[in-house]
Design a protein around this ligand. Structure first.
Ligand code: CO
Length: 276
């Protein structure tokens, strides 16, 4: 018999802004949830007001980890200093391995209308921090959707009941699922016991064991192999994300995430001298 995971911490996302002034909700990487190895940050950006997002995220560097952008509504375009470009349509996911370094921009590809999506930062272990940069730009139609008895799930990364998501070869072997559950639906999800895992309710509300998770709340899961989540509102939508903890020192200075202060200082020098 497998042990069900319970919620060991509930945290509300905090309003903040980043990039050139994009308003967003920081769910992981704030004062309440510093990080959740291997996850460094989770942001939700959601607005119908172009003033909240039009400034975008102009050219900025990353080194030592991976950024994962999942769009629900609206579109962004992406470009880097190596000439790579990409288009992030609603329902698409971009898994970007920054590795030894990229300099890129992420800008809205629309004049107005709604924007809604998530950016997750996933750490890399020491021996992979200086790997070559890589993009996996996944189009919406490449993401498998599984019909459930009382809802549906998009399998973005990892394995759900034998259905495999399109993102491949990620060191921390993650699971990234987007559930839509009707009111009263109870869904069982297998999550291997070695993984760190969380649930983020981005619409509606849910219950895990005796813990209520209102909208825009994160539930960090405790030990166990399985998860049982019940939707307590009409059309509840939630992310279930898990990954292997890296268990190494984390030294972060903005967009540089390394193991030591010396490595962060080297990243700043390399960036300033144009070696990204
Ligand atoms: Co970026």
């Amino acid at each position: 018999m497998t042990t069900l995971r319970s919620v060991r911490q509930v945290a509300k996302g905090l309003p903040t802004s980043d990039g050139a002034g994009v308003k967003l909700t920081r769910v992981i990487g704030n004062q309440y949830v510093k990080n959740l190895d291997p996850f460094l940050m989770l942001d939700e950006f959601k607005s119908d007001d172009k003033a909240d997002y039009m400034a975008g995220f102009p050219m900025h560097p990353h080194r030592g980890f991976e950024t994962v952008t999942y769009m629900l509504k609206g579109a962004f375009r992406h470009g880097d200093n190596q000439g790579n470009t990409g288009y992030l349509a609603p329902g698409s996911i971009q898994w970007m391995t920054a590795g030894r370094g990229i300099v890129h921009e992420e800008m809205p590809n629309q004049e107005d209308g709604p924007v809604w999506g998530f950016q997750l930062w996933v750490n890399l272990p020491a021996k992979h921090k200086m790997t070559a940069p890589r993009y996996q730009d996944i189009r919406p139609e490449q993401v498998p959707e599984v019909e459930l008895e009382n809802g549906k799930v998009k399998v973005l990364v990892g394995n759900f009941q034998g259905v495999i998501g399109p993102v491949e070869d990620v060191v921390t072997d993650p699971l990234y699922l987007d559930f839509h559950l009707n009111e009263g639906a109870t869904q069982r999800i297998d999550i291997p016991g070695n993984k760190s895992a969380f649930v983020y309710v981005y619409q509606g509300s849910a219950q895990i064991g005796t813990t209520e998770l209102p909208e825009r709340h994160l539930g960090i899961l405790g030990d166990g192999e399985g998860l049982e989540v019940t939707s307590t509102a009409a059309d509840t939508r939630l992310l279930v994300v898990a990954g292997d903890p890296i268990q190494e020192p984390v030294v972060q200075y903005g967009p540089f995430v390394m193991n030591t202060v010396d490595e962060v200082q080297q990243a700043i020098v390399d960036y300033n001298e144009g070696r990204f």
